[in-house]
Write a protein that binds this ligand. Structure first.
Ligand SMILES: NC(=O)C1=CN([C@@H]2O[C@H](COP(=O)(O)OP(=O)(O)OC[C@H]3O[C@@H](n4cnc5c(N)ncnc54)[C@H](OP(=O)(O)O)[C@@H]3O)[C@@H](O)[C@H]2O)C=CC1
Ligand SMILES: O=C(O)C1=N[C@H](C(=O)O)C[C@H](O)C1
Length: 273
């Protein structure tokens, strides 16, 4: 279709990269125009469809992000923090939509992204699924309704290849809980308990990370008090929930002013909506 949105995918060979390419190829609202991998990757120079074990797509995998992004409307980026900052620079030069799913970004990385938001439409979230973004809102609401008698714990489980912890989603949920309580997560976050830790500090928000097998992504927010527990849970059983959210974000971003947005904006769940 002539009015389909041109998209490029970074980290094309990755778990999310391949999921995105498969979904976009089957959706005529999109035209895949770029597949980007790191320099030296053995997919460089190959047709991305064939590299994935399927039919030729006509898109050759490249490590030249500047060239690939100059011929596209949006780039969808699920890679690694340092790579994402570089792609943000390229997206700003091209003045396009940059959908960022990469997690594990430091405050410094996020600060760098802000520098590109005057020229690129940046949509970033630690989880692009509708379910998790609803859970974020629910978490905030429950946290606002309960006092410190309810200890808040965020428990997440992921596959054994995941490199960052807590997950981006767990941090979103922790932020939502802190916001609901009217506190700063930085001041109450309790991570990595080990040894004689002492009793739990009232008001802390704790994080636990499980890593194993092929778990796609599971998150619980537990509110534990004397005599009862409330547990809000999301289970992803297919990566397509993240990829569909990212594709939706790309469409939402088309024609929108440069700036920084998140999935709550895309889904119309932001507080001001
Ligand atoms: N926001 C969300 O909804 C979701 C976020 N994620 C996040 O997305 C990220 C990727 O996850 P996943 O797909 O599972 O990870 P993978 O390791 O499977 O894929 C990452 C891909 O990025 C590539 N890459 C790394 N650096 C560069 C670079 N400089 N240039 C081009 N490509 C690069 C990797 O190549 P190589 O193998 O050569 O290193 C790899 O192909 C993680 O941060 C994860 O937490 C995942 C799912 C959902
Ligand atoms: O690395 C993953 O796989 C996932 N990462 C995201 C996160 O860090 O929260 C989202 C999802 O849970 C899968």
């Amino acid at each position: 279709m002539s009015d389909s949105m041109r998209i490029a995918i970074t980290g094309a060979s990755g778990r999310m990269g391949q999921t995105l390419i498969s979904l976009a190829a089957a959706d005529d609202r999109f035209k895949l125009t770029g597949a980007i991998e790191r320099a030296g990757h053995d997919w460089i120079g190959r047709d991305v469809g064939e590299a994935m074990g399927g039919a030729a797509s006509g898109v050759i995998v490249t490590d030249d992000a500047d060239a690939a992004l100059s011929e596209t409307d949006a780039v969808i980026d699920f890679t690694a923090p340092a790579a994402t900052v570089q792609f943000a620079d390229a997206a700003a030069k091209a003045g396009i939509v940059h959908v960022i799913g990469t997690t594990g970004m430091t405050e410094g990385d996020i600060g760098l992204l802000a520098r590109f938001a005057d020229r690129a439409t940046i949509i970033r979230a630690g989880n692009m699924s509708l379910g998790v973004n609803l859970l974020v809102q629910l978490t905030k609401r429950v946290a606002a309704s309960l006092d410190d008698d309810y200890d808040i714990e965020v428990i997440e489980a992921h596959h054994n290849k995941k490199v960052d912890a807590p997950s981006g989603t767990a941090l979103m949920l922790g932020e939502a809980a802190a916001e609901g309580r009217g506190v700063s997560l930085k001041e109450v976050s309790d991570r990595g308990r080990d040894g004689i830790t002492g009793a739990r500090k009232r008001g802390d928000i704790g994080f636990t990370a499980i890593r194993g097998g092929d778990i796609i992504g599971e998150h619980d927010v537990m509110f534990a008090a004397a005599g009862e527990r409330i547990i809000l849970r999301h289970v992803a059983s297919d990566r397509s929930v993240f990829a569909r959210g990212a594709l939706k974000a790309a469409l939402w971003g088309k024609g929108r002013s440069p700036g920084e947005y998140d999935m709550l904006d895309v889904l119309g769940l932001a507080e001001s909506d």
